[in-house]
Ligand binder design. Structure first.
Ligand SMILES: NC(=O)c1ccc[n+]([C@@H]2O[C@H](COP(=O)([O-])OP(=O)(O)OC[C@H]3O[C@@H](n4cnc5c(N)ncnc54)[C@H](OP(=O)(O)O)[C@@H]3O)[C@@H](O)[C@H]2O)c1
Length: 253
């Protein structure tokens, strides 16, 4: 397939690396010069060119721009009715995006993360997209959402990665300071959580509540730490933070 990327930033690079070596021709914006050059030098199927050529040469077009740039440049591009558009942008909803990509009607929004380059990335999408399925379905889990309104709340929850990794980093440094072995501490933390998460089947409901239940021995270390963090307002801070992002993305309550 001929696949285009408007915007060659961090997330575009990961998406491109996730589909190289599979027989596609990949057209990328001639921007982020070092990155687009490196990609075209490293992968023979990647061609760096102007946005107009990305559009005219591609069947599937990924929009990987910051919202303010997209509002400026998308209306000037010549989209076709047969284009399949996949946006990864957090701050432009589907109705607005469709208005910039006319006459293309096949427009979806998804949320890749940098590890889509390796696979194993959850890809919530609305609506179902053949393009996404063909390109990324074999190595990633595509989650088709029921409504366009469900995309923005998924963007909000994806923002939990940073505070959660901050906690992991803090915890592994604390452990390393006690053992003198930083790497082993990181390995322990990674496998501790991986162990729980890997064995949660997709069909399981209330999986987190069940894990919490098994970690709730009265007076135990886990329940003591959880109660302490609750008392200190950690969880209400999370609720407040989610509400803040909800407002920022214009999510209707
Ligand atoms: N990063 C993530 O993990 C992630 C995950 C999910 C969704 N997203 C979404 O993806 C979008 C891009 O994020 P990012 O992190 O990849 O940002 P980024 O690294 O800053 O990439 C933005 C790209 O847009 C390019 N650009 C600017 N003006 C352009 C123009 N006129 N024509 C073509 N390209 C132009 C920039 O090129 P220059 O460097 O030359 O200005 C840069 O390559 C955002 O809307 C974000 O919400 C990101």
């Amino acid at each position: 397939m001929n696949v285009g990327f408007i915007g060659t930033g961090e997330i575009a690079e990961a998406l491109i690396e996730g589909i190289t070596g599979q027989g596609h021709k990949i057209y990328v914006s001639n921007r982020s010069n070092l990155r687009s050059q490196r990609l075209s030098e490293e992968y023979s199927e990647v061609i760096a060119c102007e946005n107009d050529e990305v559009c005219s040469s591609s069947d599937i077009i990924f929009i990987c721009l910051m919202a303010s740039v997209a509002r400026d440049i998308l209306p000037k591009l010549n989209f076709r009715t047969d284009h399949q558009i996949v946006s990864v942008m957090a701050h432009i909803n589907r109705d607005e995006l469709k208005s910039y990509c006319l006459p293309a009607k096949n427009v979806c929004i998804t949320i890749p993360l940098p590890f889509v380059a390796k696979g194993g990335c959850p890809l919530p999408v609305y609506p179902h997209s053949d393009a996404l399925k063909v390109l990324y379905g074999a190595n990633n889990s595509i989650i088709v959402l029921e409504s366009a309104d469900h995309i923005a709340p998924h963007f909000v929850i994806s923002a939990m990665l940073s505070p959660v990794f901050f906690l992991f980093d803090m915890a592994s440094k604390w452990l390393g300071s006690k053992t003198g072995n930083d790497l082993q501490s990181e390995i322990y933390l990674t496998h501790l959580f991986k162990g729980y998460l890997d064995f949660m089947p997709d069909s399981e409901r209330e999986r987190f509540a069940a894990a919490l239940h098994s970690l709730s021995t009265e007076g135990g270390l886990n329940s003591t730490l959880r109660a302490h963090m609750e008392e200190k307002g950690t969880y209400s801070a999370l609720s407040d933070g989610l509400a803040l992002l909800e407002k920022r993305l214009g999510i209707k309550s």
